[in-house]
Write a new protein. Structure first.
Length: 256
């Protein structure tokens, strides 16, 4: 990050060169780098004796030099933000993967998947954890996300499409449960990033609900899941839900 050193008590113009040289020497072996300037500043006219008044100086120079470094500062700030978001995304992905495995186990229970109510506690826990990762602790947002009708809508669509394929068996529920939770985890991660960057307001629940609905319905892993069953219906008996989910996610990431 560009840095400026400000000298606040260098009143004598005759002493300024020596003062700057002293500061340069002091910082020559320092770990502090990228110093763009050493600027004497007198914020307002200062009377230092009955006959001598030091006129204000340095403010304009500091402002102009700061503007000169603006692009560099923004670029570095963007790189730092990118590193932060990468770390947060990695953690969110870990939460999503763990929740996906749990959802597959829950989905294996022979219930009507269209209700999907059995997944709500799991989705709530995952959503809460991901949003906390982005410093978002408003429970209303969690309720807005988990309460989205799009979750049940896309689940019904995927299940209905797959069950028209001959020979898919009862493994559909477990796989779709895992995939829906995975897709939701990806969507909540994108939401968290947008809120963290200030692109979406935490107060705009209507926008958050629309965002979740649109991103979830657009997630290509849903079609990837249907395509997987269409292509592999004849060999599903040799695989369990976890293996199928892992293969679908792997294909999904290759195309991302």
């Amino acid at each position: 990050m560009p840095l400026f050193i400000v000298l606040t008590k260098s009143y004598s113009k005759l002493d300024i060169p020596a003062n700057i040289e002293a500061v340069e020497k002091a910082f020559s072996n320092s770990k502090i780098k990228n110093i763009k300037g050493i600027i004497p500043i007198v914020a307002e006219d200062r009377k230092i004796s009955e006959d001598v008044i030091v006129e204000k100086m340095g403010i304009e120079e500091l402002c102009l030099k700061t503007i000169e470094c603006w692009d560099e500062a923004v670029e570095l700030g963007g790189e730092n933000l990118k590193k932060i978001l990468n770390k947060k995304r990695f953690f969110s992905q870990s939460i999503t993967v763990a929740s996906t495995a749990s959802a597959a186990a829950v989905g294996a229970i022979p219930l009507n998947f269209a209700d999907a109510a059995i997944l709500v506690p799991l989705e709530t826990g995952m959503t809460t954890a991901i949003l906390w990762n982005y410093d978002i602790k408003d429970k209303t947002i969690v309720s807005t996300v988990v309460g989205s009708q799009a979750i049940t809508f896309v689940a019904k669509q995927v299940v209905s499409a797959i069950k028209t394929i001959p020979g898919v068996g009862d493994i559909v529920n477990a796989v779709v449960a895992g995939i829906i939770v995975f897709a939701l985890g990806e969507t909540v991660t994108i939401l968290g990033e947008n809120i963290y960057e200030g692109k979406i307001s935490v107060e705009d629940l209507e926008n958050i609900a629309s965002f979740i609905s649109d991103k979830l319905e657009e997630n290509p892993i849903l079609q990837e899941t249907i395509s997987y069953f269409e292509k592999n219906a004849d060999i599903l008996n040799n695989k369990n839900a976890k293996q199928i989910i892992n293969e679908i996610i792997k294909n999904h990431k290759k195309k991302a």
